[in-house]
Design a binder for this molecule. Structure first.
Ligand code: GSH
Length: 218
């Protein structure tokens, strides 16, 4: 194996955070875009839990949790110092990510698919998510990014989920009273960092020639 293999899904926020870290590290992987309803047999055989992202390293080691993939990439090369954190920042990062992947993701899914959860209204689910937006707004009032004045692992891990929350009702989000969250998200969405990991790829099929990520500029 010359390159690690990354099973990914373009719009998945977990896969996005993994691709962001891999791209930042400069490690080149063979990327395999999947369709969630038709997961490749090989992916399931190496990671039966069936979620993306899945990374198979060159030593045939399987990493199938997005945060572990981020750490794997940044431990090898972290030119932006995204994971150069003080102990206090490290603790804040853990808290922010645990909250994001736990309660916030729970309400995000309900808000996104409110029609499948008629026990409460869409507005109720959004209000639960807004509790998180309020916390982030407070942090971003103090600093440009979640942990200070530079982008770090915490922003990279959380931003793809805030993007998803914002996209449920963009008109509402753009006029909601969270100007610092809006600016933080918009800055990220317009960045090369984000756009470089969002290139569209056809779904991978066995016998396809390898497709590499990130795409190296000439
Ligand atoms: N804890 C996992 C969660 C990954 C996850 O849930 N990914 C979603 C896509 S966004 C998935 O693959 N879901 C399986 C499915 O929809 O079949 C991680 O951090 O990597």
């Amino acid at each position: 194996m010359q390159h690690p293999i990354l099973y990914s899904f373009r719009r998945c926020p977990y896969a996005m955070r993994a691709r962001l870290a891999i791209a930042a590290s400069g490690i080149q992987v063979e990327i395999r875009e999947i369709i969630l309803k038709h997961k490749p047999t090989h992916m399931i055989s190496v990671s039966p839990k069936g979620t993306v992202p899945v990374l198979i390293t060159t030593y045939d080691h399987i990493i199938d949790e997005s945060l572990d993939i981020m750490h794997w990439a940044l431990q090898q090369n972290d030119p932006n110092d995204w994971s150069a954190l003080t102990e206090e920042q490290r603790q804040s990062t853990i808290q922010l990510i645990q909250h994001n992947d736990g309660p916030f993701k729970h309400w995000l899914d309900k808000y996104k698919y409110a029609d499948r959860h008629p026990e409460q209204t869409e507005a109720y689910y959004r209000q639960q998510g807004e509790l998180t937006l309020k916390t982030l707004e407070q942090k971003l009032t103090e600093n440009d990014y979640l942990l200070g004045n530079t982008l770090s692992l915490a922003d990279i891990a959380v931003l793809p989920f805030i993007r998803q929350f914002a996209s449920v009702d963009k008109v509402w989000f753009d006029t909601a009273p969270y100007p610092h969250v809006q600016a933080w998200l918009n800055h990220f969405l317009q960045s090369d960092t984000f756009n470089n990991i969002m290139a569209k790829l056809p779904p991978w099929q066995e016998n396809d020639p390898p497709c590499y990520f990130p795409i190296l500029s000439a």
